[in-house]
Design a protein around this ligand. Sequence first.
Ligand SMILES: C[S@@+](CC[C@H](N)C(=O)[O-])C[C@H]1O[C@@H](n2cnc3c(N)ncnc32)[C@H](O)[C@@H]1O
Length: 265
Amino acid sequence: MYSTFTIIKKYLQYQLTSLNGKGHGIHSPFVFDFVKKVLNNRKTIECAKEIESRRQFLLKRKEIIEVEDFGAGSSIIKKNKRSIHRIAATSLKPKKYAQIIHRIVAYYKPIHIIEIGTSFGITTSYIAKANPLGKVNTFEGSASIANIAKTNFSKLQVNNVTLHQGEFSRTLPDVLNELEGIDFAFIDGNHQKNSTLQYFELLLLKSSNNTFFIFDDIHWSAGMESAWSEIKKHPQVQLTIDLFFIGLVFLKKELKEEQHFTIRF
Ligand SMILES: C[S@@+](CC[C@H](N)C(=O)[O-])C[C@H]1O[C@@H](n2cnc3c(N)ncnc32)[C@H](O)[C@@H]1O
């Protein structure tokens, strides 16, 4: 992982060099539409209040839980004791990004949805509520974290989510085998280059032309930046949008040429 100083430097560079977040200078009609209708959509998100109050509740919980630590290579190294409020403060996508993911799902309305990395299910809830007709399969390795997520789904009345608890390398292939296809995947689990690329290849096997992906923390480490640049070069990838803390990937073959945008958000 890069130091905080390096990430701030990279973020400032992104702010200075990215395309205008209002859409000026963006010539792709698809991306222009995305900027106008999704990125700049300021309408209130109905479910936000209850989901954010759940986040606040977690941020106040001082209890210590025992969580599995999934290391590089996806093997459990050890069990760690961590406080709930600390996990809530450091592992969950912040409100701004969880909400843009909600707006993206609400706009494109994917049905078969995968989330790799549930944690406490805060972003999962935003995704699930964005399209009540969607079916969300979310994956979490740690049993104690997964149990808190399940309580959150029940408190928030999130009824279209199935949580698969266990190491991704075991649970993900089994679930994907059972699915006919996927429309959207949010990859926010194991932030290692090789694992990220392996999950992408697995997900691609079940993808169609309209499937899209969001990768988390694409500038978090040299490994994740390298994974992101390989994803951009992948022969099936036609369009990417870099929003710094997340990266969007579309396969859309009808877009005449490959396009890669970095847009201020
Ligand atoms: C960054 S958090 C997910 C945050 C969540 N998407 C959100 O925004 O609210 C990543 C989660 O993935 C789990 N995880 C990481 N590597 C894993 C692995 N190899 N197998 C199973 N779970 C794993 C961790 O326990 C952690 O809870």
